[in-house]
Design a protein around this ligand. Structure first.
Ligand code: IVH
Length: 670
């Protein structure tokens, strides 16, 4: 009997290995080794055996790729190591400056770079424990992402098990999920035949598919994956450079780009750029540039990080795609803070992966500078997620009958005078009496990165506002089902869904709430900085314009906007009523601060650490938002001490600063 079980176990193992090997050949190497018929037969034998012996189902079995149930929402995952972003270079001089700074900082004449394409998809991290894929998450804000493990399991080019006899205990693989161009075309044909909405571009299709709550839907979407780096690894693999990382990823059977290579100096970078730009259209996936990384890890550690990006890497972006179209009209939009923006209404044109119908003209000065008129033929540009803009007017194509656009002197929405105070921006002076500003603040409050109220977008806010059901933020939480069902296009089910979403949004987080308030100059990142620094809203509200400036990254302008906002009685009343209506958030834990778990923490390194250089330790601290300084003071949060530590350790002991070992430092992260 026991021998039978052992036999079945071995048989299962053999089938899994066969299927995994086939998946690798098919999905990673694009070189199938079995016919579909044979593959299906093997897969079926595996499923049959597993059905009869459920106790023998292994987590890395290919049958488990579509195992998960539909979720209500994705859980958050705090990244063990931050997923940072890259600085961009568009012009040659920016590239030269990047290379020069590196040469100067390290003190060498020529730098070796690892070069690779910049995949236009979504960054994700995969966690492998003892070689088995256990968790996958989106990048999110770089510090906290969403747990999309079940969806990632459906991607056949992501191995459920690493190809290695002695895999590391813990390994994080970083890479990009995307949809191949051909798969995107097929998906859109399918969507069309089913009468479903088509996706604008492969990136949107990949994002929409990865964020499905039901993995069975994701499984029907043809997603691909490319790896380009590692996060935490235990034990340390002692890799010397990025090239070795790429080789290791390949050995593990993870997909990598065949364009990855290494070059020397700025000339090498430029020829790689030219080569890839030429190949761009022939590639099976979309790219929006190339990435250069200083190859040597010693040099990378020496260079470290600044703010949220490494100083040892840069993305060299391809020029944004441009298209010609006509300006049908120009009118102005009133923003949340009253800023008046002229907007060109365009004859629809497909550019940069989407159909563009509007382009921002930024402000009056910009319009004059570009000499833009109604009726002009213009070249428009859209790159990535940025708002489309007009690059230039084709003056020689200008028709005889163009119309000059004149900036209004009164707000088109509330009639208040428009004012211009020493900046290029003209604002409506109506403040909260201006319906446009009110509507925009409500839309902003409900938006995804703010309170995230699903179903409360531009259109529904417009409708609720126009019928007088919502005038200010607190009204959102006073809505009732009877009121909603009396509205056009609102059935009982959709009304209830909206109320449920509103109810759900009440439990929020401090940074989201601060961001949602729509304080001028306070974006998502500043909201996080504030929450991370003070941990408490009352504390933030108590600060003065001067005291706010001790928060890293907050300067005089932002500090003034914050103190002006909280200084207004109306703002305080709105906050109080929102809290009274049930909006709440847990105490903000500095550890969760989106500026990294070490945000606002200062470290001093001393002595020889057991298994990493000081540069490496510095890099790890900086990647997680901390600061490393040279000398110990009362303001130091931690002294990381190794063997033979000298006077810094003594000062730390005298000043009562917390002293930790390398191991304790790593524990704080993992
Ligand atoms: S490396 C610390 N390599 O670009 C450096 N990123 O702006 C981390 N991306 O979020 C990134 N291709 O989504 C790296 N070959 C590549 C990449 C790449 C695309 C994306 C990635 C990241 C964003 C950074």
């Amino acid at each position: 009997m026991k021998a039978d079980k052992e036999n079945t176990k071995n048989k299962i193992q053999e089938l899994i290995e066969k299927i995994n090997a086939f998946d690798y050949q098919y999905y990673v190497l694009d070189n199938p080794s079995l016919s579909d018929f044979e593959y299906d037969k093997i897969f079926k034998s595996l499923v049959d055996l597993e059905n009869k012996n459920p106790e023998l189902i292994r987590p890395d079995s290919p049958s488990q790729r579509v195992g998960g149930k539909a979720l209500d929402a994705f859980e958050s995952v705090i990244h063990r190591q931050a997923m940072l972003s890259l600085n961009n270079a568009f012009e040659d001089d920016e590239l030269m400056a990047f290379d020069k700074r590196i040469k100067d900082d390290i003190g060498i004449d020529e730098v070796e770079y690892a070069v690779e394409p910049k995949f236009d998809g979504l960054a994700i991290t995969l966690t492998y424990e003892n070689g088995i894929f256990v968790q996958g998450a989106t990048r999110g804000d770089g510090y906290t992402g969403e747990n999309v493990t079940h969806n990632l399991k459906t991607i056949r080019s992501i191995p459920t098990k690493l190809n290695h006899t002695n895999p590391p205990k813990l390994l994080e693989v970083r890479g990009e999920v995307l949809m191949l161009k051909k798969d995107f075309e097929l998906l859109n044909q399918k969507q069309e035949s089913l009468g479903e909405k088509k996706f604008a571009n492969p990136r949107n299709a990949a994002a929409g598919s990865l964020r499905q709550l039901d993995p069975r839907i994701t499984a029907t979407r043809p997603l691909s994956f490319f790896s380009y780096g590692l996060g935490i690894c235990e034990p340390n693999l002692n890799l010397k450079n990025h090239t070795e990382t790429i080789q290791l990823l390949k050995q593990f059977n993870l997909p990598i780009s065949d364009l990855s290579s290494s070059v020397k100096g700025v000339k090498g970078l430029q020829s790689f750029y030219d080569k890839v730009l030429k190949l761009r259209d022939t590639l099976s996936y979309d790219i929006d540039g190339v990435v250069y990384k200083v190859n040597s890890f010693n040099y990378q550690n020496e260079l470290g990080f600044v703010s949220r990006a490494p100083r040892w890497a840069i993305a060299h972006k391809f020029p944004a795609e441009e298209a010609l179209t006509e300006i049908l009209d120009i009118n102005v939009q009133v923003g949340r803070t009253g800023a008046i923006t002229p907007v060109a209404r365009l004859k629809p044109v497909f550019v940069g992966g989407v159909t563009v119908t509007n382009a921002t003209l930024h402000n009056e000065d910009e319009m004059i500078r570009k000499d833009v008129h109604i009726g002009d033929m213009v070249s428009v540009r859209r790159a990535g997620d940025v708002i489309p803009e007009i690059v230039r007017v084709l003056v020689d194509k200008r028709p005889k009958t163009i119309k000059k656009f004149k900036m209004p002197t009164e707000c088109p929405e509330c009639g208040s005078p428009l004012i211009r105070i020493d900046e290029a921006i003209i604002r409506c002076s109506g403040g909260l009496i201006c319906p446009a500003q009110q509507k925009q603040s409500i839309i902003h409050f409900a938006s995804r990165k703010a309170m995230d109220i699903e179903g409360l977008g531009d259109k529904s806010v417009e409708q609720l506002f126009n019928v007088g059901l919502i005038n200010g933020l607190p009204d959102i939480f006073k809505l009732e089902l009877e009121q909603l069902v009396s509205l056009d296009r609102m059935a009982e089910k959709s009304g209830q869904n909206l109320l449920d979403a509103i109810e759900k949004s009440k439990a929020t987080s401090l940074p989201r709430f601060i961001y949602a308030l729509g304080i001028r100059n306070v974006g998502e990142s500043t909201a996080k900085d504030l929450a991370g620094f003070y941990g408490d809203l009352d504390e933030i509200m108590k600060q003065t314009e001067e005291s706010l400036q001790i928060v890293p990254d907050i300067g005089p302008t932002v500090a003034k906007s914050i103190s002006d906002f909280f200084g207004q009685r109306k703002s305080r009343e709105v906050i109080e009523s929102l809290i009274g209506l049930g909006v709440c958030w847990p105490k903000y834990d500095i550890k969760k601060s989106a500026s990294g778990i070490f945000a606002t923490k200062t470290f001093v390194l001393t002595g020889t650490l057991p298994s990493m250089s000081r540069e490496e330790a510095k890099s790890i601290i900086e990647m997680n938002g901390g600061k490393v300084v040279g000398s110990v003071s009362k303001k130091t949060d931690y002294v990381v001490a190794g063997s033979d530590a000298g006077s810094k350790l003594t000062s730390a002991q005298e000043l009562g600063v917390k002293i930790i070992s390398q191991q304790e430092l790593l524990k704080l992260i993992i």
